[in-house]
Design a protein around this ligand. Structure first.
Ligand code: MG
Length: 161
């Protein structure tokens, strides 16, 4: 049977921090304010995958309180979500996602993001879609104060139809 999952994440942007999106470091004078590496796209995809298999959310598996996951590389979270799916005999059918960020433009990084996300998940890059939009100057994202990502995932699991 196929199961669908949805994920969302947002982070504030702050000067002098690293901007990592989809496991790729993007050159910018600002980055995500976060407990982990602040990778909104990876976090949204992890939540979508966990949602598809009814495994709660990223905060349940990797609690932000405490030191264990401080500055954590989100590839660890992606690999764990993929492991939970594989442990059920399942596989990732596809992931589609959108990053909403006013600047910098990330279109040149999308193929690297797809490859890096697929590598962390152990699937083919053709199964991972990443799209990018701006907020057209509207709201906190349009003002450059934040970024967000949305994802849906389709997972195949063995079992009753
Ligand atoms: Mg996050």
């Amino acid at each position: 049977m196929y199961r669908i999952g949805e994920g969302f994440d947002s982070h504030r942007l702050e000067a002098g921090r690293n901007l990592r999106i989809g496991c790729v470091d993007v050159a910018a004078p600002f980055g995500s304010l976060a407990h982990s590496d602040g990778d909104v796209l990876a976090h949204a995809i992890v939540d979508a995958l966990l949602g598809a298999i009814g495994e709660g959310d990223i905060g349940r598996h990797f609690p932000p309180a405490g030191a264990k996951w401080k500055n954590a590389d989100s590839r660890v979270f992606l690999a764990e979500a993929a492991r939970l799916i594989a442990d059920r005999g399942g596989r990732i059918a596809n992931v589609d996602s959108t990053v909403i960020l006013e600047a910098p433009r990330i279109s040149d990084h999308i193929s690297a993001m797809r490859a890096a996300l697929a590598h962390a998940l152990g699937c083919d890059a053709t199964a991972i879609s990443v799209k990018a939009k701006t907020a057209e100057g509207l709201g906190p994202i349009g003002a450059g104060a934040a970024l967000e990502a949305r994802a849906v995932a389709l997972v195949w699991l063995p079992g009753a139809e």
